[in-house]
Write a new protein. Structure first.
Length: 158
């Protein structure tokens, strides 16, 4: 679910967080004027979260919420579940790159290129890169899960 808020609401939220600094109103005006809605939404998500924000990195394991069209491309979900390549209705993948047009990885970009695992018609697992909004991605931080996923990936690529 994506939530949209008015610029005036975003401005008030940010100003209230840093109310004592004399340049906050000007800084907020600059942000509102120069940042697109996605950047402002991501900024507010980071500032309003109780959890410590950890930026994406290349190779980070993520849980992906895909749209209906993307889900149809994933193939046999029972096989993916059996191989621990899904968590409930969400798919597991790892960050290949950011979706920006530059040459360098941008950990705060609103789109990430994610290597996902697809079950083809023969029941074999293949990798497919999908562009996914960062609002639909959640980092996997459990070290045991990451080790298991790295082993699965290495076995699939061998």
């Amino acid at each position: 679910m994506e939530v949209k808020i008015k610029d005036s609401t975003a401005k008030e939220l940010i100003i209230n967080m840093f109310a004592k600094h004399p340049n906050v109103p000007q800084a907020v005006d600059m942000l509102i004027a120069s940042c697109d809605e996605t950047i402002l939404t991501n900024l507010l998500d980071i500032l309003l979260s109780d959890k410590k924000y950890i930026p994406f990195t290349i190779g980070s394991w993520v849980v992906c919420k895909l749209n209906n069209y993307q889900v149809q491309e994933m193939g046999n979900q029972n096989v993916l579940q059996d191989m621990n390549l899904m968590e409930g209705e969400k798919f597991i993948g790892y960050i290949k790159d950011s979706g920006n047009y530059g040459d360098e990885f941008h950990p705060y970009h609103n789109q990430m290129e994610v290597n996902t695992f697809v079950c083809n018609d023969e029941g074999e697992i293949e990798q497919k890169v999908k562009n996914i909004s960062t609002s639909q991605l959640e980092l996997i931080l459990n070290k045991k899960s990451i080790k298991t996923l790295n082993n699965i990936k290495n076995n699939l690529l061998a």
